[in-house]
Design a protein. Structure first.
Length: 381
């Protein structure tokens, strides 16, 4: 076991955890100790010196790449937020209707600096045999451990996106300037900015260019937005093959401070300080506006989007933050009393705006929930 890291890693069952929100929103770059974990099997501890990534399928030259081989490609650093497709599932479960899945609150997200070669550069070295306009896919596979619902873990994305250098898809070797820790995919993982975290396969073994999406359970039979009429496990069986796999995540925002059920003291101006994070929709970032309401939507106050200039200095060449989250803060008026609520809503550069809770459609797996950020049951004193 790598003793450099503070977490204790299980080798018997999946590690699924999320940090406390007030800790999560305290830093623009999420350190690995505060990053969420989502796994469908035990965490492998792989040796970087003998690990290889194969590139197969519709390519001119099959490749078997060592970690030094991957390091020899031009290295890029991308600051982006990765989030579990089920982030905020608890809210859908409690505000709308019961869903099928583990109970994520609002912290299944991390905003990190990822470094490694671009996927498109690796595919260029292999040579693609199919036209990028063809309905083809790039599949990622990890055969290191069996999963809860399959013998291996896999995912795929459209080939057109994989070949687009502006999509910033990486084979990440480093996280925040250091080698990946075991729980985040060491020695190499895929990072798919703007796309549901389920596609950012950890402990990557194989990349395959193919004419169909991955046939893995987690691509074909999970992480999809099923229609509301698929309300039970039995009814869902009729829809898995009829619905597209979830790719882009929607615009979203979350309130990290204050916490639900807290007793909050008004300041000298009878205001409450509110802090949180906001995420753009897919590749439509960055976030350009966050609004906060202390009176259940009657009035809205623009929040200040926080800029961390030290990040630009440390990660030179990463001034484009379209894939990153935005941390924000403001102060709003909230009436004294119990049972008070504060809402937030975000808008990204392309004009995508977070939905009111009553506009969000329920889905069986409870994925991609993006109703207003909300903290409730506050006592304002």
């Amino acid at each position: 076991m790598n003793t450099k890291y503070k977490l204790t890693y299980t080798v018997k069952k999946p590690l699924n955890r999320e940090p406390k929100l007030h800790d999560l929103v305290s830093s623009f770059i999420t350190q690995h100790e505060q990053a969420y974990d989502r796994n469908h099997g035990p965490i492998p501890h792989l040796c970087a010196s003998n690990h290889r990534v194969g590139v197969y399928g519709l390519v001119q030259n099959e490749l078997s790449l060592s970690i030094p081989d991957l390091t020899a490609f031009p290295q890029h650093t991308v600051i982006c937020a990765l989030q579990c497709a089920g982030n905020r599932r608890h809210t859908m479960r409690t505000k709308l209707k019961e869903v099928h899945g583990i109970d994520w609150f609002d912290g299944a997200v991390m905003n990190c600096a990822w470094t490694g070669p671009l996927l498109c550069d690796v595919l260029a070295a292999a040579g693609i045999k199919v036209d990028e306009k063809t309905d083809a896919h790039v599949a990622f596979s990890c055969f290191q451990t069996p999963c809860q619902d399959d013998e291996w873990y896999g995912a795929s994305i459209p080939l057109s996106r994989a070949l687009d250098p502006e999509a910033s898809i990486l084979l990440a070797l480093k996280m925040n300037g250091e080698d990946l820790p075991p729980n985040h995919g060491a020695p190499v993982r895929v990072v798919t900015p703007g796309i549901a975290g389920a596609r950012s396969v950890k402990w990557l073994d194989r990349i395959t260019v193919q004419t169909q999406e991955s046939n893995n359970y987690y691509q074909r039979h999970d992480y999809k937005i099923l229609p509301p009429e698929a309300s039970t496990k039995e009814e869902a069986e009729q829809w898995w093959d009829r619905c597209d796999a979830l790719q882009d995540m929607p615009v979203n925002s979350v309130i990290g401070i204050p916490s639900p059920n807290a007793s909050v003291q008004l300041d000298e101006n009878e205001m409450v300080e509110v802090k949180g994070y906001a995420l753009p929709s897919g590749g439509d970032g960055p976030i350009v506006r966050v609004e906060v309401s202390g009176d259940e939507g009657k009035t809205w106050t623009d929040a200040q989007i926080l800029r961390d200039e030290s990040v630009k200095e440390k990660y030179k060449g990463c001034v484009e933050l379209k894939w990153a989250w935005a941390l924000w803060r403001t102060k709003v008026k909230v009436e004294k009393g119990k049972g008070r609520k504060i809402w937030s809503r975000a808008t990204d550069r392309s004009g995508n705006t977070q939905k009111a809770p009553m506009e969000v459609a329920w889905n069986f797996r409870g994925v991609a929930y993006n109703g207003y950020g909300e903290v409730d049951e506050l006592e304002i004193v």
